[in-house]
Design a protein. Sequence first.
Lengths: 427, 287
Amino acid sequence: MHLKAFFFLAIILFGSCSSKENGNKELLYWSSNNAAEIDFTSDKVAQWNADTSHIKMSFQPIPEGQSSEEVILAAVVGRTTPDIYANMWQGSVELFAKAGKLIALDTLEGFKEFILERCGQKTLVEITSNDGHIYQVPWKINPIITLYNKAMVSKLDLDGMPTTYSKYLAAGAKASQDQDNNGYIDQWIGYTEVKVIWYQRFFNFYPLYLAASHGGALVKNNKAAFNNEYAIEVFRFLQELYKNNYFSKEQSAGGQDRLFMEGDILTQWTGPWSISHLDKFKPAGFEYDFFPMQVPDNHEGPIYTYADPKNIVLFNTCTQPQEAWNFVKTLITKEGDKQFLEISGQLPRRQNIDKDAFFQDYFVKNPKAITFAKQANFVKGTDNCEVIVEVFDIISQEYEACVIYNKKTPEAAIADAAAAVNLLLGN
Amino acid sequence: MKKKKWLPYLFVAPYLLHFLVFVAFPVLFSLVLTFHKWNIISPMEFTGLDNYTRMFRDKMFWKTIGNTIQFLLVHIPLQLIVALALAEFLNQNIKLKGFYRAAFFLPVIVSGVVVTILWQQLFGFDSGLFNRLLTNMGMDKVGWLIDPDIAMNSIAIMATWKNVGLYVILFLVGLQTVPPHYYEAADIEGATHWQKFRHITLPMINPTIFMVVILSTIGGFSLFIEPYVMTGGGPLNSTLSSVLYIYKQAFQYYHMGYSATLGFFFAFLILTVVMLQKRFIETEEVD
């Protein structure tokens, strides 16, 4: 009698557990959870479902979590991944690919040719994993460049824009002021986050390193590749900024956006998201513009920067990868890219978007975005390394010791970071 | 009668199920994990005692132990002294006692993240309130959170402010259980206030002192929110607590096996410290 009751309860319990419906007739797409991308996705999904009868698409914004990476990790562990996910950070792809959780997209018909035409050879090489396969679709980028307060920078009476290390340091000397005469500097040339969190390097060290090294690697062939003059000079440049109090060491409450709008800092290293933010919140008469990251004085050639790329992936739980890819293609055609650009203000990772006549009307209406579009030809994401987060963490530790607290020379800091990374990679 | 034999088990079953699923299983699984390498998404790989040998060679982990002990050495005495002083104050015949009690307890119920963000502003080097007050008084600014030598002490001060209200209430209860005739007898003998405090109050509230020390110790070892929100473990890893380090190993680097090993060792360390405190602080109950 008791045994029967037990089995009855067990059946009810297990029977009520939901299982992911991933049959042959519907695919699930997770978009980012910002309003613009939800609108874009909603439209694309509706269009696909209207045009396609044999397989339907449904979508939802990625579930809430502290970060999208954590949500995806939980989904992978719980085997509740969607078929398609947009907004995958490039640095995470290698970890999931090595664990066999992603579909190799280069095995799908038409993939390589499509991506080559859209993004170019350089991007194709960048997104190719260490096993020779490609697991991600380059989707959008947010290049990091220098934002500046036009009025305050022109008041400094500089000899040209502060585009090189020495020019920026000279600007820093002029910009640093004690406005309230209390003996402490309260206006600086710029600000960047001082917390030693690995991803903060994407907004200071890493874009500067890419700028100086023409898009050089941090990790190459499973070895540290940054123990070079470029990384050393970036550390030295940043160290000088803090040593001379051209940058504040305080953690800013409202972030650098608040400091910039209040005129406490004259420049900021940021992405295109600042355009909509500033246009919404800037004081009347506040004028700003952008220019590339600072480079060594003897730099020649193009100036690269960090792309902050987010890409699209197909999880191995997808039973219809070819159809999923067919849907993804509709997001990243020229029409899809333009629609995305207009709705979200984020740049598709499409080569020569600044020169393509198809997109010109957008840049005419949004002139500030053209600087980012031009920069988009010289961007890079992260290297394909399973432990890239730890690599950046190691660099952050040395960054803090050298750049912020002047406890090490740049040469020693970079050498120690490279040694630690090589140990991490098993060399 | 026979039918009712299963009834107690039925009442205990929900909690037992909860305990098995959410406590026992995770602890046992974590113990198994300490002998494996696992990044959550790939299969587990048996590594024997590698995680343990790594732990003993991990200089950063031992630094975090030192950081946590530094925090405790400032936080516990400060907590004890301030809580006892405030409890003594509340134990007097004063007006608005209820208001003061509520005011002291309020930070306890405010979210730790909110309090941390608030104090981050107070501690700000360039624009924080504390440094503004100092400069207005003609003194130099203090690098509360940017000086590696004092950042952890700043966090200890903040943590004391946040939690002292709870211990004020505990001490207040303890003080109110001291029989008044001891003080009356001491008054007759001509004892000073300090003598009464030292020879009557302290011994009589020893169980409360012991409880406050234990709770502060366990709470202090769990230091996470403050360094996570305020400093990220900096400057120069001076505020990197052991729990924050274990968290980073697990959820930043996905070294689940290694972080489980650190967690077990840390739990053992806390148990050892608490046992030592029991040995040296707790005295026999005074009749």
